[in-house]
Design a protein around this ligand. Structure first.
Ligand code: SF4
Length: 900
């Protein structure tokens, strides 16, 4: 324990921290301008200088450690005069307009505190090219925070300091505009910049902030925390939360900037009824009466299983819990599912069946503990950017080995030690061959196998024939690279895996995840720090939606219906059907066959999302009654909606989300919903009351619902809202003294001592290339847009990524006579679409990639009917297509892409 005096008061310190941090610990503020807690201190601005007894000169507080017996003075007259002198020098760079419009900038705050007037001149030639960040480097004080945060936190290396001393200038890349540079729009530079040199444009336009509410990002499953800053009742800024456990003071371009959809002019703010083909506004009473009447009529006539309910990632845990409770208690059916069906249900099924829990085994903090990371079928720098940046930083700065299996040479693949550019649809041969190498070269963890793994002999026999040479002939990865990948993963311990939809959205998606789990079991990479099998969940609360019971085969907490129907029935005061319900794809099949008559879709634009759109549309059109509950008039609502219920966004309600590492985090209301829009949970409870179940759905708040969830789901019993005030908690967390569980399977796999290795036979996809359809198309998301674009396309992100593109290898583009920016027609056996060509060296010959995020393109016209063999998720990742230059006169992008 150290003892030191600061400004005459003696304090104790457990460890040797900087004088700046020591003072802060005790509420003593020392001004600093080049310091950011996310970065190593450089002490260049000198503003934080303090006097230390016995030292002849002032010491730099951010770099000088506090020592035993030290006596520090932080604010003497001499220090204050020195600081004022420095600030006057800096004030020569601050124009009065910038001083007034960016009051929150640290330099401007210090100038106010020291009564220093701005003395700079407004400058022409400001770089306003970027939609979110305004650049005026005449206001730069050379603290280098922008350069360092781009390098150290994001790993993008966009900003560069040219020259030295007074001639030093900071430029993006080699001096281009910011928009034209390699910037990925994470905004860390403008967030850290203490001056008006880099400014958040959206914040700059607004009046003074009236509130800042800590909440959780509504985009991907990383679960970054942000402060929603409000001015005049509108969101004007999203600030990263410095002590957030996942994001650690960082956000990506979506979380930081793409919140404008909340105030979009086409937000639906009144309930609507479809009358003679037209949408007509109505009251909530009118809308709920219509819904209750139609559902009661359909259930009475066709039975409870003629209705389906879909929850979604956009809704909170509390709301998904109520959606499935409504299906089971009010309607009497287990026909309830969510958007997880089409993305990571294969992961949940594989992890649950082999390891006993259908969720990530480890935490994002294990990234910094792993010696090797295997990213399989995922593109985290675009789709999970904050986690992607953490992975890349570990590789670039700390030497962690990285293996990436992806058909494309993505940005994360470029950072990899080894990139396995496999042919789409051949994950099983690749993973089986890696298992073969691990066993053949005696790289397995013998002790782990002996203590915790079953069926080794049977499994070893199953992969004996999967030599790397055999796999290489199928997956087109050189045999030596397969060997090298297996050796890296097996010998650089601890090793962890992350996987994405490139592993799950296949005919053998569930089996692909099982094959990955086999590798972790063989090498003992489970139950320890820096290990595990970790699905990168694509949407904010997709893990939570399914785990709350929006799944036809399980109840809340992912427990099987048959064993738990009586327990839940007793708690809910209802009889719960014990038979499995229909999942999303089965609902579509049943609708097509005339057995499903009604559907309630909560927060999910199901029509453009599903593969094989033409058939799915016919199925939806056969329904008698569809309720759509959403922020916007979705494609589904436009096509088949009968009632539209306007819902609140995540910024307009309370609740919780569950991120991809099982962490429950608070969602807090920052603004009121527009017009008559209501929280999903309020709507569900109101409809349940209309249908005679007021008592079972009587809740005063989201917290009330969460407390009921804790009651029915023992693994969350210890996660109270009060505890969530101090940050998220990972389940299992069985009581209020439990710290939560960062790593699963430390001693057991669910109730089992051992997990069994599972032989996986390779079954090629029936979707194969031919003379007619010679290219393989894979589809996916991109950095600037999200899913089918309903949120992100209503923000300036659309300037950064205007539309979907077709990425094609240079030799293929040349052979087809296609150039960058031209429009190509892409045709599969299922439909066609027109896309802008992007000639890309990331692609291999014979393979093309397209995003599916522009509703004008509606890319799922192309994808087909193949489904995962176990959980029936669509095979989005393999479609055989033909490509040609769009015929002259028909080159308007996307015009032929609408479903007929
Ligand atoms: Fe939001 Fe995901 Fe970006 Fe984090 S990484 S800010 S959770 S979209």
């Amino acid at each position: 324990m150290l003892r030191a005096a600061i400004d005459g008061t003696e304090f104790q310190f457990a460890s040797e921290i900087s004088i700046l941090a020591a003072a802060k610990q005790h509420g003593i503020a020392i001004p600093a301008l080049c310091f950011d807690p996310r970065l190593d201190p450089i002490g260049s601005c000198r503003i934080c200088c303090v006097e230390v007894e016995g030292e002849p000169h002032p010491q730099i507080a951010c770099r000088t450690p506090i020592r035993d017996g030290m006596r520090v003075t932080t604010h003497s007259p001499a220090l204050e005069a020195f600081r004022r002198e420095l600030l006057e020098w800096m004030a020569a760079r601050v124009p009065p307009a910038s001083f007034a419009s960016d009051p929150d900038k640290e330099l401007h705050g210090l100038m106010r505190a020291y009564a220093v007037e701005p003395a700079g001149k407004a400058r022409a030639g400001i770089d306003a090219s970027h939609p979110y960040i305004r650049v005026d480097m005449s206001q730069c004080i050379q603290c280098l925070r922008c350069v360092r945060i781009c390098d150290d936190l994001q790993g993008e290396f966009v900003w560069h300091a040219l020259s030295r001393g007074d001639d030093q200038t900071i430029v993006p890349d080699s001096g281009t505009t910011l928009e034209a540079s390699s910037c990925v729009g994470c905004g860390a530079c403008s967030d850290t910049c203490p001056t008006g040199a880099l400014v958040d444009k959206q914040r700059r336009k607004a009046n003074a902030a009236t509130s800042a509410t800590r909440t959780t990002c509504a985009y991907c499953g990383v679960g970054c925390e942000l402060e929603a800053v409000v001015s005049d009742g509108r969101l004007v800024e999203a600030r990263p939360v410095l002590d957030a456990p996942v994001s650690k003071g960082h956000l990506c371009v979506k979380g930081r900037y793409a919140f404008g959809y909340v105030h979009a002019s086409d937000r639906q703010t009144r309930p609507l009824l479809r009358e003679r083909g037209k949408w007509v506004p109505t009251s909530w009473d009118g809308a709920l009466d219509r819904c209750a009447g139609a559902l009661q009529r359909i259930v009475a006539r066709y039975g409870p299983d003629s209705v389906g309910v879909l929850g979604s990632a956009r809704a909170t845990n509390e709301e998904n819990y109520l959606a499935q409770k409504f299906a089971r208690v009010v309607l009497g059916t287990n026909n309830v599912d969510c958007c997880g069906r089409v993305c990571h249900t294969p992961s949940a099924a594989a992890l649950k069946s082999m390891l006993g829990a259908g969720a990530a085994t480890n935490s994002f903090d294990d990234i910094e503990r792993a010696a090797a990371i295997f990213v399989c079928g995922a593109n985290p720098l675009e789709n999970h950017p904050v986690v992607g940046a953490r992975i890349r930083q570990q590789v670039l700065r700390h030497g962690t080995a990285l293996v990436v299996a992806d058909p494309r040479r993505t940005e994360i693949a470029r950072a990899a030690t080894l990139h396995l550019a496999l042919r789409p649809g051949t994950n099983i041969p690749l993973l089986n061959a890696m298992a073969h190498v691990i066993i053949a070269e005696n790289l397995a963890d013998g002790d782990f196998l002996q203590r915790r793994v079953a069926d080794f002999e049977r499994f070893a026999a199953s992969v004996a024939s999967w030599s790397p040479e055999r796999a290489a002939g199928i997956c087109e990865v050189p045999a030596d690279d397969i060997r090298a990948a297996a050796r890296l993963y097996a010998t650089r311990r601890p090793a962890m895996t992350f996987h994405g939809l490139g592993l799950t959205e296949h005919l053998q998606g569930t089996e692909g995840v099982m094959a990955l789990i086999n590798l972790a079991l063989l090498t003992g990479n489970l139950g320890k720090p820096g290990t595990g099998v970790n699905p990168l969940r694509g949407q904010n609360n997709v893990q939570g939606a399914a785990h709350m019971g929006c799944d036809p085969s399980v109840l809340t907490g992912s427990v099987p219906i048959q064993e738990n129907a009586a327990r839940f029935g007793a708690m809910w005061g209802a009889t719960i059907s014990r038979s499995h319900g229909l999942h999303l794809l089965q609902m579509m099949d049943a609708a097509l066959a005339g057995r499903l008559k009604a559907l309630w879709v909560v927060g999910y634009d199901v029509l453009p999302t599903l593969a094989n759109v033409q058939v799915m549309r016919r199925a939806l059109e056969k329904l008698e009654f569809v309720i759509v509950q959403d922020l916007f008039m979705t494609k589904t609502a436009q096509a088949v909606g009968g009632v539209f219920l306007p819902a609140a966004s995540s910024f307009e309600k309370d609740g919780t989300f569950m991120n991809g590492e099982r962490r429950i985090q608070r969602v807090r209301k920052a603004i009121d919903p527009p017009g008559e829009a209501r929280s999903d949970w309020e709507i569900i409870a109101a409809l349940a009351a209309r249908m005679g179940h007021a008592e079972q759905f009587r809740y005063a708040s989201a917290q009330d619902i969460w407390n009921e969830i804790r009651n029915v789901w023992p693994e969350a019993a210890g996660i109270s809202y009060a505890r969530l005030e101090h940050g998220g908690l990972q389940w299992p967390c069985p009581d209020e003294s439990h710290p939560g569980t960062a790593i699963l399977h430390a001693t057991k796999f669910g109730r089992r001592e051992r997990a069994a290795l599972e032989p996986i036979q390779y079954v090629p996809s029936p979707e194969t290339t031919s003379e007619q359809f010679p290219f393989v198309l894979t589809t996916g998301r991109t950095l600037y847009q999200f899913n089918v674009g309903s949120m992100s396309r209503r923000t300036p992100n659309t300037r950064l990524r205007p539309t979907d593109t077709l990425d094609i290898a240079p030799p293929d583009a040349c052979a087809l006579g296609l150039e960058n920016g031209e429009i190509a027609r892409v045709t599969s056996a299922h439909g066609s679409a027109q896309l802008t060509v992007r000639v890309s060296a990331a692609m291999k010959a014979g393979e093309v990639f397209a995003s599916f995020q522009d509703p004008r393109i509606w890319l799922n016209r192309l994808t087909g009917p193949v489904r995962d063999r176990v959980v029936q998720a669509p095979e989005y990742k393999v479609t055989a297509v033909a490509i040609e230059k769009a015929p002259a006169g028909r080159r308007k992008q996307g015009t032929s892409a609408r479903p007929a």
